[in-house]
Design a protein around this ligand. Structure first.
Ligand code: SAH
Length: 221
C-alpha cells in the first residue's frame, strides 16, 4: 500500500474497523466469513482521502460523478444473501463503483466479473484492487443492464444500482439454482430482492427497503 493510505492511521486503525464489524453483527449479519473479510478489507482506500477518516462509519459516502460507495451494512447483507447456499465459483457484479464490494466478493468466491458504466470510476477501482493484490477479478466498461453474456452462466449476480424491474437478461445469465441479489424500484425507494433461477423460470423473495443510485443505460467516458 502506498504511504498516502497510511495517513490518518488513527481513524483507520484496527480498533475503528473492529467497531464497524461489531456493529454489523449487532445489526444482524451472521455470516462470519463475510464479517472477517470485511474486517480485513481497507475501506479507506476506496474513498477519497478527505473522507478516509469516515471510511469505517456504517454509511454510504460520495465517490464522485454522482455515485456513492455502498453502506457497509448493505455490502455485508448482499454478500451474505449471495452466499447463503454455499460457495460460488463465478459471480457477476453490476456497478463496480469504488470497487469495495468487488474486493469483498473477490475474497469469498472463485472469480468476480465486474462491470461499470463510468470509465473514470472503473479505472480508479482497477488501481485499488490491484493495490490489494486481488487477481481473480475481471473488469469491463459496459452497460451491465445487459449483463455480461460472454462469461455466463454465473453462480451469482449482484447488482449495486437499482433498475425499475428485474432485468431478464440477468436472470438468463444465471445457471439453474444460481441467485441474483439486487435493489428494485424507483429512484426514491427500492426493495432488496433475491431471485433464484429455476428450471422453468425463477423464484423471487422481497427483503428489506434500501436506497441505491439508479441503474442507468449506456457508458460514460
Ligand atoms: N458497490 C459499489 C456501488 C457503487 S454505486 C460501491 O460500493 O462502491 C453504483 C454504481 O453502479 C455506480 O458506480 C454507477 O455508475 C454504476 N451503474 C449504474 N448503472 C449501471 C449500468 N447499467 N451498468 C454498469 N454500472 C452501472
Amino acid at each position: 500500500m502506498s504511504s498516502a493510505h497510511h495517513r490518518g492511521i488513527g481513524m483507520t486503525s484496527m480498533r475503528t474497523r473492529n467497531r464497524l464489524i461489531d456493529r454489523l453483527s449487532e445489526e444482524g449479519i451472521k455470516n462470519q466469513g463475510v464479517l472477517e473479510v470485511m474486517r480485513g478489507t481497507p475501506r479507506h482506500i476506496f474513498v477519497e482521502e478527505a473522507l478516509a477518516s469516515r471510511a469505517y462509519e456504517d454509511t454510504a459516502l460520495p465517490i464522485g460523478l454522482g455515485q456513492t460507495i455502498s453502506q457497509p451494512y448493505i455490502v455485508a447483507r448482499m454478500t451474505e444473501l449471495l452466499l447463503e447456499d454455499g460457495p460460488l465459483k463465478n459471480v457477476l457484479e453490476v456497478g463496480t463503483g469504488s470497487g469495495y464490494q468487488t474486493a469483498v466478493l473477490a475474497q469469498m468466491v472463485g472469480r468476480v466479473y465486474s462491470v461499470e458504466r463510468i470509465e473514470p470510476l472503473l479505472q480508479q477501482a482497477r488501481g485499488r484492487l490491484r493495490e490489494m493484490g486481488l487477481k481473480n477479478i475481471r473488469m469491463k466498461l459496459s452497460d451491465g443492464g445487459m449483463g455480461l453474456p460472454e462469461y455466463a452462466p454465473y453462480d451469482g449476480i449482484l447488482v449495486t444500482a437499482a433498475p425499475a424491474g428485474i432485468p431478464l437478461a440477468l436472470v438468463e445469465q444465471l445457471r439453474v439454482g444460481g441467485r441474483l441479489v439486487l435493489p428494485v424500484g424507483s429512484a426514491r425507494e427500492q426493495v432488496l430482492v433475491k431471485v433464484v433461477k429455476t428450471e422453468d423460470g425463477y423464484d423471487k423473495e422481497i427483503l428489506e427497503q434500501v436506497v441505491f443510485v439508479p441503474l442507468l443505460g449506456g457508458v460514460q467516458r
